[in-house]
Design a protein around this ligand. Sequence first.
Ligand code: URA
Length: 204
Amino acid sequence: AREVDEKVQQIQSLANAADAIDSCRRCPLYEQATQAVFGEGPKEAQIMFVGEQPGDQEDLQGRPFVGPAGQVFDEAIKNAGIDRRRLYVTNAVKHFKFIPRGKRRIHQKPNAGEIQACRFWLNLEREFVKPRIVVALGATAAQSLVGKAVSISSMRGKPIDLEDGSVLYITNHPSYLLRIPDPETKAREREKFEADLALIHAHI
Ligand code: URA
């Protein structure tokens, strides 16, 4: 534990934080996960997107939003005219939480304690990147950034001033779109998601 503390005390940059995170023991999620998944993107990024936590693919590859939700995300930002290479993309919780079921690993929502424990890392990312705009993808990210549970439907499209001077936009998580069975509802929700992203793009 002392080695871990020393690494954390020596964090002076985004690269130091990325290096220290794999030794994080702030909550028990590290026990099951393959690795911690830190955020990714230029440290000068003006926009930071915050998801929930790594999924199965992200846990294996060590990069955020590279699995099915990442594909939805990539497509939606492209349609909104946003270039992913200019974004800093991260998650509220850095370890994958799941229950094993046969060969599959079933995603579990992180709880309030896990979200709170991992705010340490998200706060470091915000301090080092200093984005002008922060986008919460879904309820977990919104909870981490606002400090309490918020409803997406009532908050989307209403920017919130955060204490560090950045502006927070709240929208749905791309996985939400993947879970909608009805094609018409799915198409409508996809349009709403892309409209939220286009609004954000207009504010860059
Ligand atoms: N879902 C998330 O919230 N984040 C990822 O990185 C992947 C899926």
